[in-house]
Design a protein around this ligand. Structure first.
Ligand code: SF4
Length: 885
């Protein structure tokens, strides 16, 4: 049995080191954790983990900075007051039971998360679907890859990822579709970069926006948002016309004629691409046997997301380029255990272990296995519909686990209001300081990543152990234990009588054997007899793990999971994004991620070095549009849709096309309340997958006419209250950008209130006539806070000033670094704290001519490599500036 083979004791692991898994993205990197005995932990990449082979990105490298307890919730809270577990859990059990008794099982819901371990997820799903009797459990993975799940099921008959990460190294051509791999799955990108260097793998990026992943690409297709189906249909037709289909493999599929007819009738001009680039794309694809197409949120988060997935799969299926070494479609998931959620049935339209909720034999088998009183025969509410039902009162009791829908759902203001007004809301999380937790009636303290034991599955079906290395703080408990106790208190003692995650894992693995007997792909029954030692020492394993099949690949043999054993080619035709631009809303808004933040920042915002990369929410806008709107660099802009508004800092760049804008999705009520971009995003979903269209809302953009702008730093936390603010942590304390519509009469009084320094010594430089003021506060002879105010966006050397209290008084008030201590600028290389200005100086003064030369001279880019595309972009910009001069 592959997985149960123990880790060679201590091989590659130093004394005191524990193997675990990074809790951020779906790459699922292995980490070596060394607790320091004082609550901290150092983190290294695990050289033996097949996902990363020792690499980590900037986020993974900074994990040690996020395990502090300052923000942690230590005990349950009921209606804002501390409570005991007994009181809190009995209340949860009673309210859910009473609600079900009074209004039926569909009056309650769970909204869970890809942050859960598979064991947690399994118990949540069993409780809702088997015992409460509703399928109203959905996960934030609905926002991430539900369209891929739906596309896989349509094409393959099951939700199987056929490829593995090794295929990236084996491919001769990698096509990234709607994927900024360099920032969102950085270690996979590093693997791709290494392969390109080693064997010249070619790279095509298909994305409306120029991202870090485009660095050195052979071709970047800046297609119109949402037009991917038309492009891949064109490719499908070209494959046919050029005799490039695989006649031997095609009989393993059905639906060819209809698919060809759809593909041939589609109009590729809607992509807006130069026909020569389209032709080049087709020729590169057709001329390469080993093609891996990696796709992600740009494909999934669309009102035609499922069709986009099938348009891609159609091309791979019709050419037999699937399931083979270096050859096939590879969906990469957002979260560490998004795949685990798919496997345990965390989505409202699935049973556990890839069994089908609408199949009565599958339902009966699961119900019997669980000895459950019932099993719902209709799918539950998917995320967007679930929160609509919360809003209109159909759902009356809601349990939200490790996710922050008041920020991350589209139409976020309405979702926030719905949660607030829900008769009973429970939140399980590691902190009470989230937009969602602040709305809950009951908040339950859950263990965090480094305190949890269980398993996760990454994007290439590899199951890895997550291991606890730190003790649970305060009264925090594992999620599986919280859920199981509520199940018991609701009356189902035997079904939820678990003592350990191992017990749950074994039950789950056993159930998967039933799925295997139904002919399903997900079968890990080979692990169902695992003992405690085997679980403790479990090595990463790619499923399936069963007597009938172990690891390996799917579909190269031409066998699929539809009843007839064949795959489906799915006829699809291009549809424009559901919302149309119009004179009132002329811009198309794309949302996404930045390199060094994760989701709603509950952990990454704790790390000064991650915050230093991009410290403020921003809006990318094309120079032509900025000109039309009268925007200057660093102006604040208001983005408005029929659903809500957000204020962000303008970044004028030709990375986006005219008429298109981009904003990151991370900032929240805790970090920049006016910049919650999902308040602007329309709650439009893909009709098949229910996944929201988070990348194509229509909006208008205007310049925010602020009366004043400010930049503030302090050694202590402070709470701004202006119309716009965005804060982050620094190594020395905290910093914030602020702006408001009415300037205070007395800046000193205002600053004292802001910083909570009524008596501190102050130095002031002010020009009331011009509306400028600079104030520095000192306590005990030490600088503790400063604020710079201006009627225009503030121009100071922020990264230098943020090193206060190290800064001399005088240079602080000037806002400029002295010549002997140059301003490093915004941090580009988080691993070695190398700023943009330092790199630019190196390029100019030391003649650094390559990314490697920068690394050799300044160390930048020599550890995790996440910043290498940005280094390349800086170099290119410096060279073109030089050429222009
Ligand atoms: S790529 Fe980075 S964020 Fe993703 S799992 Fe690996 S270390 Fe974590």
């Amino acid at each position: 049995m592959t997985a149960a083979a123990p880790f060679p004791e201590a091989e590659g692991v130093a004394a005191g080191q524990v193997r675990s898994t990074c809790p951020y993205c779906g790459v699922g990197c292995g980490v070596l954790l060394s607790p320091d005995g004082a609550g901290g932990v150092t983190v290294k990449g695990d050289p033996d983990h097949p996902a990363n082979l020792g690499r980590l990105c900037s986020k993974g490298s900074a994990l040690g900075e996020t395990v502090g307890l300052g923000h942690r919730l230590m005990r349950p809270r009921v209606n804002g007051a501390d409570a005991g577990w007994d009181e809190a859990l009995q209340l949860v059990a009673d309210r859910f039971r009473e609600t079900v008794e009074a209004h039926g099982p569909d009056s309650v819901a769970f909204y869970v998360s890809g942050q859960l371990l598979s064991e947690d997820y399994y118990v949540a799903n069993k409780l809702m679907k088997g015992f409460i009797g509703s399928a109203n459990i959905d996960t934030n993975s609905r926002l991430c890859m539900a369209s891929t799940v739906a596309g896989h099921k349509r094409a393959f008959g099951t939700d199987t990822v056929p490829q593995t990460y090794e295929d990236i190294e084996e491919a001769d051509l990698v096509v990234l579709v709607g994927s900024n791999l360099a920032w969102c799955h950085p270690v996979l990108y590093q693997r791709l970069v290494a392969a390109r260097k080693a064997k010249g793998t070619r790279l095509i990026v298909i994305d409306p926006r120029r991202t870090a992943s485009c660095d050195g690409a052979d071709l970047h297709l800046k297609l119109e948002p949402g037009s991917d189906v038309a492009l891949f249909n064109h490719l499908f037709a070209a494959l046919y016309e050029n005799g490039m289909l695989d006649a031997a493999y095609l009989p393993n599929t059905s639906g060819f004629n209809a698919t060809l007819a759809s593909a041939a009738s589609d109009d590729v001009s809607v992509t807006g691409l130069d026909p020569r680039d389209i032709d080049r794309f087709c020729r590169m694809w057709m001329g390469t046997e080993k093609v891996v197409t990696i796709f992600s949120q740009g494909v999934n988060q669309s009102s035609s997301g499922t069709d986009k997935v099938n348009a891609i799969l159609n091309c791979h299926l019709a050419t037999g380029r699937i399931g083979k070494l270096g050859c096939g479609p590879l969906s990469v998931t957002g979260q560490p255990n998004a795949m685990g959620g798919r496997e345990v049935g965390g989505l409202a339209n699935m049973l556990a272990c890839h069994l089908d909720l609408e199949n009565c034999d599958h339902r009966a088998a699961v119900r019997d296995f669980w000895e459950a009183p019932q099993a719902p025969d209709t799918p539950g509410l998917k995320a967007v519909d679930m929160f609509r039902a919360v809003g209109d009162g159909r759902i009356k009791a809601l349990w939200i686990i490790h996710t922050n829908p008041a920020v991350s759902m589209p139409d976020a203001d309405r979702v926030r209001d719905a949660i607030r007004d829900c008769p009973f809301t429970v939140v399980s999380d590691i902190t009470a300081e989230t937009d969602t937790a602040r709305l809950a009636d009951v908040i339950l303290p859950a263990t965090a990543w480094a305190e949890k034991d269980g398993t996760v599955t990454n994007s290439d079906r590899t199951i890895s152990r997550q291991r606890a290395v730190l003790p649970a703080p305060g009264e925090a408990r594992p999620d599986w234990a919280i859920l199981a106790e509520v199940g018991q208190r609701m009356g189902w003692h035997a079904a939820f009588d678990y003592d350990s995650p191992l017990e749950i894992f074994r039950e789950y693995a056993t159930l998967s054997g039933i799925a295997g007997r139904f002919g399903k792909d997900f079968d890990i029954s080979g692990l169902s007899e695992m003992d405690a030692e085997g679980y403790d020492q479990m090595t990463p394993v790619r499923w399936p793990v069963a007597a009938s099949r172990e690891g390996g690949r799917f579909f190269a043999d031409g066998r699929f999971f539809h009843a007839d054993g064949r795959a489906r080619l799915v006829p699809v035709t291009w549809r424009a994004p559901a919302a149309r631009t119009e004179p009132r809303y002329p811009f198309r808004l794309n949302t996404g991620r930045v390199r060094d933040q994760w989701h709603t920042m509950t952990r990454t915002a704790l790390s000064p070095r991650l915050a230093a990369h991009l410290a403020e929410p921003f809006l990318e806008i094309h120079p032509d549009d900025a000109g039309d709107l009268g925007l200057g660099a660093a102006d604040l802009v208001e983005v408005q849709s029929p659903h809500g508004r957000a204020i962000l800092r303008a970044r004028i760049t030709d990375a986006v096309l005219p008429g298109q804008i981009f904003a990151p999705m991370h900032w929240t009520g805790e970090t920049a309340p006016a910049a919650r971009i999902d308040a602007v995003v329309a709650p439009i979903v893909d009709p098949v997958s229910g996944q929201p269209e988070s990348k194509a809302s229509v909006v208008k953009v205007t310049r925010m006419k602020a009366a004043w702008y400010a930049f503030a730093v302090s050694t202590r936390p402070f709470n701004p209250a202006s119309a716009y603010w965005a804060r982050s942590v620094t190594r020395a304390g905290h910093r914030a950008e602020l702006a408001g519509h009415t300037a205070p009469d007395d800046w000193e009084a205002e600053a004292r209130r802001l910083f909570g320094l009524p008596d501190a010594e102050v130095a002031v430089m002010a020009d009331p006539g011009r509306g400028t003021a600079r104030l520095a506060f000192r306590e005990g002879g030490r600088l503790v806070a400063a604020i710079f105010v201006s009627p225009e966006p503030v121009a100071v050397m922020r990264d230098y000033v943020a090193t206060l209290p190290e800064v001399p008084d005088l240079s602080l008030l000037s806002g400029r670094a002295p010549a002997d201590r140059p301003d490093p600028g915004p941090i580009l290389c988080s691993c070695f704290d190398v700023g943009v200005n330092t790199i630019l100086r190196g390029i100019e003064e030391q003649g650094l001519m390559s990314v490697d030369a920068i690394g050799a001279a300044l160390q930048a880019g020599t550890n995790c490599g996440s910043c290498r595309p940005e280094l390349a972009a800086l170099l290119a910009a410096a060279r073109s500036k030089e050429a222009a001069e």
